[in-house]
Design a protein around this ligand. Structure first.
Ligand SMILES: [Zn+2]
Length: 147
Protein backbone atom coordinates (compact mmCIF):
# COMPACT_ATOMS: atom_id res chain seq x y z
CA UNK A 1 0.00 0.00 0.00
CA UNK A 2 1.38 3.41 -0.96
CA UNK A 3 1.25 5.92 1.88
CA UNK A 4 -0.75 9.13 1.71
CA UNK A 5 1.38 12.09 2.78
CA UNK A 6 0.11 14.20 5.66
CA UNK A 7 1.60 17.43 6.94
CA UNK A 8 3.82 17.86 9.97
CA UNK A 9 6.50 20.37 10.89
CA UNK A 10 7.56 18.24 13.85
CA UNK A 11 10.79 16.61 12.70
CA UNK A 12 14.53 17.19 12.41
CA UNK A 13 16.12 17.20 8.97
CA UNK A 14 18.45 14.24 8.43
CA UNK A 15 19.69 11.74 11.00
CA UNK A 16 23.17 13.14 11.58
CA UNK A 17 24.57 10.10 9.77
CA UNK A 18 22.91 7.59 12.10
CA UNK A 19 21.85 4.36 10.35
CA UNK A 20 18.29 3.10 10.87
CA UNK A 21 18.41 -0.02 13.05
CA UNK A 22 15.06 -0.02 14.86
CA UNK A 23 11.36 0.17 14.12
CA UNK A 24 9.49 1.61 17.11
CA UNK A 25 5.83 0.54 17.41
CA UNK A 26 3.26 2.90 18.95
CA UNK A 27 -0.46 3.05 19.54
CA UNK A 28 -2.36 6.26 19.01
CA UNK A 29 -4.92 6.00 21.81
CA UNK A 30 -7.37 7.12 19.17
CA UNK A 31 -7.95 6.85 15.47
CA UNK A 32 -5.61 7.73 12.61
CA UNK A 33 -7.45 11.05 12.27
CA UNK A 34 -6.39 11.89 15.83
CA UNK A 35 -2.75 11.23 14.94
CA UNK A 36 -3.11 13.40 11.82
CA UNK A 37 -4.40 16.27 13.95
CA UNK A 38 -1.73 15.93 16.64
CA UNK A 39 1.15 15.77 14.17
CA UNK A 40 -0.24 18.69 12.12
CA UNK A 41 -0.12 20.86 15.26
CA UNK A 42 3.38 22.38 15.66
CA UNK A 43 2.82 22.92 19.38
CA UNK A 44 2.36 19.18 19.99
CA UNK A 45 6.07 18.65 19.36
CA UNK A 46 5.51 15.06 18.26
CA UNK A 47 5.34 13.08 15.03
CA UNK A 48 6.02 9.66 13.56
CA UNK A 49 7.11 8.48 10.14
CA UNK A 50 3.93 6.49 9.56
CA UNK A 51 0.43 6.06 10.94
CA UNK A 52 -1.93 3.17 10.24
CA UNK A 53 -5.65 2.83 10.82
CA UNK A 54 -9.14 2.61 9.35
CA UNK A 55 -7.74 0.94 6.24
CA UNK A 56 -5.24 3.71 5.53
CA UNK A 57 -1.49 4.28 5.67
CA UNK A 58 -0.31 7.85 6.25
CA UNK A 59 3.26 9.16 6.09
CA UNK A 60 4.29 12.31 7.95
CA UNK A 61 8.09 12.30 7.89
CA UNK A 62 10.57 11.01 5.29
CA UNK A 63 12.60 8.02 6.40
CA UNK A 64 15.66 10.19 5.70
CA UNK A 65 14.60 12.54 8.49
CA UNK A 66 14.22 12.20 12.28
CA UNK A 67 10.64 12.00 13.56
CA UNK A 68 9.85 12.87 17.16
CA UNK A 69 8.12 9.76 18.50
CA UNK A 70 10.26 7.82 20.98
CA UNK A 71 10.76 10.40 23.73
CA UNK A 72 14.51 9.92 23.29
CA UNK A 73 16.37 11.84 20.60
CA UNK A 74 19.17 9.31 19.98
CA UNK A 75 16.50 6.62 19.49
CA UNK A 76 14.55 8.93 17.18
CA UNK A 77 17.68 9.35 15.07
CA UNK A 78 18.15 5.59 14.65
CA UNK A 79 14.54 4.50 14.22
CA UNK A 80 11.40 4.59 12.12
CA UNK A 81 8.27 5.25 14.19
CA UNK A 82 4.93 3.70 13.29
CA UNK A 83 1.63 4.64 14.95
CA UNK A 84 -1.33 2.25 15.08
CA UNK A 85 -5.00 3.12 15.52
CA UNK A 86 -6.00 1.54 18.85
CA UNK A 87 -7.22 2.46 22.31
CA UNK A 88 -6.72 1.04 25.79
CA UNK A 89 -9.91 -0.98 25.27
CA UNK A 90 -9.67 -1.38 21.46
CA UNK A 91 -7.00 -3.53 19.86
CA UNK A 92 -5.81 -2.77 16.33
CA UNK A 93 -8.04 -4.16 13.58
CA UNK A 94 -6.95 -7.00 11.30
CA UNK A 95 -6.57 -4.42 8.54
CA UNK A 96 -4.26 -2.31 10.70
CA UNK A 97 -2.11 -5.36 11.46
CA UNK A 98 -2.01 -6.34 7.78
CA UNK A 99 -0.86 -2.88 6.69
CA UNK A 100 1.70 -2.76 9.50
CA UNK A 101 3.14 -6.16 8.59
CA UNK A 102 3.46 -5.14 4.93
CA UNK A 103 5.19 -1.88 5.88
CA UNK A 104 7.47 -3.46 8.50
CA UNK A 105 8.45 -6.22 6.06
CA UNK A 106 9.48 -3.65 3.47
CA UNK A 107 11.44 -1.65 6.07
CA UNK A 108 13.20 -4.77 7.42
CA UNK A 109 14.23 -5.66 3.86
CA UNK A 110 15.44 -2.14 3.04
CA UNK A 111 17.53 -1.77 6.21
CA UNK A 112 18.40 -5.45 6.77
CA UNK A 113 16.67 -5.61 10.17
CA UNK A 114 15.84 -8.71 12.24
CA UNK A 115 12.15 -8.38 13.12
CA UNK A 116 12.49 -10.34 16.37
CA UNK A 117 15.06 -7.99 17.88
CA UNK A 118 14.87 -4.77 15.87
CA UNK A 119 11.10 -4.18 15.91
CA UNK A 120 10.54 -2.83 19.42
CA UNK A 121 7.73 -1.28 21.42
CA UNK A 122 7.87 2.32 22.62
CA UNK A 123 7.97 0.99 26.20
CA UNK A 124 11.38 -0.57 25.46
CA UNK A 125 12.74 2.96 25.04
CA UNK A 126 11.10 4.94 27.85
CA UNK A 127 8.60 4.27 30.62
CA UNK A 128 5.21 4.39 28.87
CA UNK A 129 2.08 2.28 28.40
CA UNK A 130 2.63 2.54 24.62
CA UNK A 131 2.17 0.41 22.48
CA UNK A 132 -0.73 -0.65 24.72
CA UNK A 133 -3.10 -3.03 22.97
CA UNK A 134 -0.80 -3.58 19.97
CA UNK A 135 0.41 -7.20 19.93
CA UNK A 136 4.05 -6.59 19.12
CA UNK A 137 4.92 -10.28 18.84
CA UNK A 138 2.14 -10.79 16.28
CA UNK A 139 3.81 -8.17 14.06
CA UNK A 140 7.31 -9.60 14.58
CA UNK A 141 6.22 -13.16 13.77
CA UNK A 142 4.24 -12.16 10.69
CA UNK A 143 7.13 -10.12 9.34
CA UNK A 144 9.62 -12.92 10.07
CA UNK A 145 7.39 -15.35 8.14
CA UNK A 146 7.44 -13.04 5.11
CA UNK A 147 11.17 -12.32 4.99
ZN1 LIG B 1 4.41 5.53 21.67
Amino acid sequence: MQPIWKHTENFTGGRDGTPVDRIVIHYIVGTLAAADATFANPSSGVSAHYGIGEGALHQYVSEMNTAWHAGDFPMNQRSIGIEHSADVDRAPSTSTYDISVELCTRICRDYDLDPQTQIIGHSAVVATACPGTVNLQRIRDAVAARL
